[in-house]
Design a binder for this molecule. Structure first.
Ligand SMILES: Nc1ncnc2c1ncn2[C@@H]1O[C@H](COP(=O)(O)OP(=O)(O)O)[C@@H](O)[C@H]1O
Ligand SMILES: N[C@@H](CC(=O)OP(=O)(O)O)C(=O)O
Length: 451
C-alpha cells in the first residue's frame, strides 16, 4: 500500500483535482490519500489557508465575516461545479462548519488560528471524498481523530504523540477502498484542533506512511523533481534523481520548501522510501529519497539550499575559550527568554549564535542583548538581523579534501564574504553564513563552481 500526498498546488481547482483522481486511479496501491487545502491557481492568487487566516483575524477583531466566508466557500464550490455534481448538500455541510468556527470559544488565539486554518484541509478532504464517490470511486473521508492521531506541543506547531502509532497500526482499510485524510491538522488529547507548522501536510503523509506501514510515500507537487537549487534562484537547475534521507533533511531544513524538513523523521524511523513527483507530469520519475544512497556520481554536491529566516548574535571577548561557564550563562539567558538557538559556532575569542528569527520579537532581542552585555561584558556584541544560511550538501562530500576551497575561492573572487563557516558534526554538509542581500548571488556562484 502507498500513502500518496497532494499539495495545495495539485488541488487548487477542478482541473487539477481531475488529474489527481486520475493519478490515484492509475495504481491500486494508492489507498491512503492525504490532501492539502486548495492552493494558488495563479501567481498572485491566495491559498485557502491564508484566506482562513484572514477570516480568523476578522473574527478576532469582531468584524463582519460574511464576505470572507463566501470567498472561501466559493473556492470549494467551483471545484464541485467543475465535475457537474450536485453541490447543495456538500456545500451546505462545508458552509456550516466554516460558519461555526467563529461561534466557538477557544482557549487561546493560537488554538483559534489552528482551528480556522486547519479547516482548509478538513473541508477539502470531505469535498474530495464526495467528488470521488460521485465519479464512482469507493472513497471515504477519514479524520485524523478516526485514525487515532493525537498531538501535543504548541497548537500551530504540533508534534505527534508516539502512542498514535499503535492506534494507527490497528486502523482497518478495506481491500478495494481509498481513504481521503486531511493533512496539516490533528487533535489534542482534549479534542482541540491543532496544526503542524506551515506546509505540514507533508508531515501527516509521513506519519501515516509510518503508522500504516506503507511500502512507499508518494508526495505529489508541481515540479518534476527536487532540483539541486531552488528554481526561483537558478533557471532549470539540475534535477536530483536519488538522494539520501540525510541529504533531504539538511536541504529541507535550509530552504528546500518542496518537502517539509520535519516530514522526513517518521519515514526514517520506518525506512520507507519517498518519491516526490509532479501532478502535472505524473509519468516523470521524480526524485527518490532513500535511506542510503550509493555515491556513484563524480560530483560531490547533491544540492545547495539557502534560507534568510535567520539572525545572528556575534560576540567577541579575549580568552573566551578559557572562561568557565560563559556558554552556560548565555544559554541560561536564552532559556529565560524562551528562545532556542539553531547553531553556535565558536573560535578562541569569538562566538556566533544563530537564531531562527521568526520566534524573536524586537523586544526579546533587545532584552537578550542587554542582559548578555550586562552579565557577560563581551568586548564586542553585534546583532546581525539580515543573516542567511547556505547549506551545501552531498554524501560525496564526506572526507573529500578540497571541497571547501572549490566553493570558498569563487565566492571570495565574487566579493562575497562569509561571516560564518561551519563544517560541523555532519560530514555531508557545509554550512555558510552570509548577509541576506548576498545570498542568491552566493548560491549562483557555488552552483556554477560545483555543477
Ligand atoms: N530545490 C527545489 N526543488 C524543487 N522545488 C523547489 C525547490 N526549492 C523550492 N522549491 C519550490 O517548491 C515548490 C513546491 O512546494 P509547495 O509549494 O509547498 O508545493 P505543494 O503545493 O505541492 O505543497 C515548487 O513549486 C518550487 O517553487
Ligand atoms: N495548507 C497548509 C498545509 C500544507 O501542507 O499546504 P501545502 O501542501 O500547500 O504546502 C499550508 O498552507 O501551510
Amino acid at each position: 500500500m502507498n500513502v500518496i500526498k497532494f499539495g495545495g498546488s495539485s488541488l487548487a481547482e477542478g482541473s487539477q483535482l481531475e488529474k489527481v483522481i486520475a493519478i490515484i486511479s492509475a495504481d491500486t496501491a494508492r489507498q491512503v490519500v492525504v490532501v492539502s487545502a486548495p492552493g494558488k491557481r495563479f501567481k498572485d492568487d491566495i491559498k485557502v489557508t491564508d484566506l482562513l487566516a484572514s477570516y480568523a483575524e476578522q473574527a478576532i477583531a469582531g468584524d463582519d465575516t460574511v464576505a470572507i466566508q463566501a470567498e472561501i466557500i466559493n473556492r470549494y464550490r467551483q471545484i464541485v461545479a467543475y465535475f457537474n455534481l450536485d453541490e447543495t448538500e456538500i456545500i451546505g455541510t462545508l458552509s456550516e462548519q466554516l460558519a461555526k468556527l467563529s461561534r466557538v470559544h477557544y482557549p487561546s488565539f493560537d488554538y483559534l488560528y489552528a482551528a480556522f486554518m486547519g479547516h482548509g484541509e478538513l473541508l477539502n478532504a470531505q469535498l474530495i471524498a464526495y467528488v470521488m464517490r460521485g465519479l464512482g470511486h469507493n472513497a471515504r473521508f477519514v479524520s485524523p481523530a478516526d485514525l487515532g492521531m493525537i498531538v501535543t506541543g504548541t497548537p500551530r506547531a504540533a508534534r505527534i504523540r508516539e502512542d498514535s502509532y499503535t492506534r494507527l497500526a490497528n486502523f482497518q482499510i478495506a481491500a478495494d477502498e481509498i481513504i481521503i485524510v486531511p493533512g496539516f491538522l490533528a487533535y489534542t488529547n482534549e479534542g482541540l484542533m491543532a496544526t503542524f507548522s506551515r506546509g505540514g501536510s507533508d508531515i501527516t503523509g509521513a506519519i501515516l506512511a509510518r503508522g500504516l506501514h506503507a511500502d512507499l510515500y508518494e508526495n505529489f507537487t508541481d515540479v518534476s523533481a527536487i532540483y539541486a537549487v531552488d528554481p526561483h534562484i537558478i533557471d532549470h537547475p539540475a534535477a536530483i534523481t536519488t538522494m539520501s534521507y540525510r541529504e533531504m533533511r539538511e536541504l529541507a531544513y535550509a530552504g528546500f520548501a518542496v518537502f517539509h524538513d520535519e516530514a522526513i523523521i517518521p519515514v526514517i524511523e520506518a525506512n520507507i522510501p519517498i518519491n516526490v513527483k509532479n501532478t502535472n507530469n505524473p509519468t516523470a520519475p521524480g526524485t527518490m529519497i532513500v535511506p542510503v544512497k550509493q555515491v556513484t556520481n563524480p560530483r560531490p554536491v547533491t544540492g545547495i539550499a539557502s534560507d534568510t529566516r535567520f539572525a545572528a548574535l556575534y560576540l567577541h571577548r579575549y580568552l573566551l575559550n578559557k572562561e568557565v561557564g560563559f556558554t552556560l550563562r548565555i544559554l541560561e539567558i536564552l532559556a529565560k527568554h524562551g528562545v532556542s538557538y539553531e547553531h553556535m559556532p565558536s573560535g578562541i575569542d569569538d562566538m556566533t549564535i544563530i537564531f531562527d528569527k521568526t520566534q524573536i520579537t524586537d523586544a526579546m532581542r533587545d532584552a537578550i542583548c542587554d542582559e548578555i552585555q550586562t552579565t557577560l561584558e563581551p568586548d564586542h556584541l553585534e546583532w546581525i538581523d539580515d543573516f542567511a544560511i547556505i547549506m551545501v550538501v552531498g554524501e560525496g562530500m564526506n572526507n573529500r579534501i578540497g571541497a571547501f576551497s572549490e566553493i570558498a575561492t569563487p565566492l571570495s573572487d565574487a566579493g562575497i564574504t562569509l561571516p560564518m563557516i561551519n563544517q560541523g558534526a555532519s560530514q555531508i554538509s557545509l554550512m555558510l553564513g552570509v548577509r541576506a542581500e548576498q545570498v542568491d548571488d552566493a548560491v549562483r556562484v557555488i552552483y556554477d563552481a560545483v555543477f
